[in-house]
Design a protein around this ligand. Structure first.
Ligand code: AMP
Length: 282
């Protein structure tokens, strides 16, 4: 595997490749990331991965400085997956001058849910993803459904800006107890790790309630409130538990619920100092 940090070196290395499959990451790789590499292999060749902890998407009080950086171990894992090039730019490589041009996602998708609780997050994500896509110029790029809203934001960005790339969604990989794998799980104490499973369990209970029979928009609100209260009573601080339409992440009206609109329940909650997100398609 070639490890490249310079944008021009990357372009030289990839010249003539027109079927490349790209998987951007922030490193500290786990089985979730590796499943993306395997999916990428099914959709293109060669597979290009990137590791870059993107300062632009972290708020001032978020975990940019303490975000886990495990480069050597990551390289070993990517070698085993047969990744052809690892693009691992430094901040100077990717942002040699202040990044003044930014991509601002539309309010209706970018300022709800994660966008409400992490101001600037999707602007940072879109800006880096657009820049990485412009460096790698892949045929396809793979993103995890673990970050459900991010996947939608990126897909819409590529659509509206006519970026010639297919965005491939990857299923969420979970630990045996159901907790979605995440680099941030490493922040949890052993007690918190045992408690963390209640996030997906709460989403499963929400799912069951919705599948029991037709629900109204008012009942959905009550199910969301109950789910938040349940997590709070266990010591969590939920930001949101929201049942939304899969197609646009907006709330469903009564008539949409009547006509079997496809739904997803999304959650973000803090356990101690660690903020976890998860979702479940209903
Ligand atoms: P990150 O390194 O957290 O920025 O994630 C890089 C990519 O891996 C994103 O597309 C994530 O959605 C995806 N990802 C993270 N965790 C998982 C998981 N548990 N299962 C599947 N994909 C994941």
């Amino acid at each position: 595997m070639k490890i490249i940090s310079d944008i021009q070196d990357l372009r030289d290395q990839l010249r003539g490749q027109n079927r490349a499959a790209f998987v951007p990451t922030m490193g500290n790789l786990h089985e979730g990331h590796l499943s993306l590499m395997r999916l990428a292999k099914q959709h293109g060749d060669p597979v290009i991965a990137s590791i870059f902890v993107n300062r632009l998407q972290f708020g001032p009080n978020e975990d940019f400085d303490k975000y886990p950086r495990t480069f050597e171990a990551d390289v070993e894992k990517l070698e085993k997956e047969g990744v052809y090039v690892l693009f691992a730019p430094t901040e100077k490589d990717l942002y040699p001058e202040p990044q003044e041009y930014r991509v601002e996602p539309p309010q209706n998708l970018g300022k709800i849910l994660e966008g409400e609780f992490r101001p600037g997050f999707f602007q940072g994500v879109c800006t880096v993803v657009l820049k990485l896509l412009s460096c790698v110029q892949p045929k396809v790029a793979v993103f995890g459904k673990k970050d459900y809203q991010q996947l939608m934001v990126i897909r819409q960005m590529c659509h509206q800006l006519a970026i010639p790339v297919d965005i491939i969604p990857a299923e969420t990989i979970r630990a045996e107890d159901g907790l979605a794998l995440s680099s941030r799980n490493g922040y949890l104490s052993s007690e918190e790790r045992a408690e963390a499973v209640h996030l997906i369990q709460t989403l499963q209970q929400v799912q069951e309630k919705i599948l029991q029979g037709r629900v109204t928009a008012a009942e959905i609100l009550q199910i969301e409130r109950d789910a938040c209260a349940q997590l709070s009573s266990r010591g969590w601080q939920p930001d949101y538990i929201s049942i939304r339409k899969r197609k646009d992440l907006l709330s469903a009206s009564d008539s949409e619920l009547q006509s079997d609109e496809k739904l997803v329940v999304l959650a973000a909650a803090k356990l101690g100092k660690t903020r976890l997100i998860d979702n479940l398609e209903i």
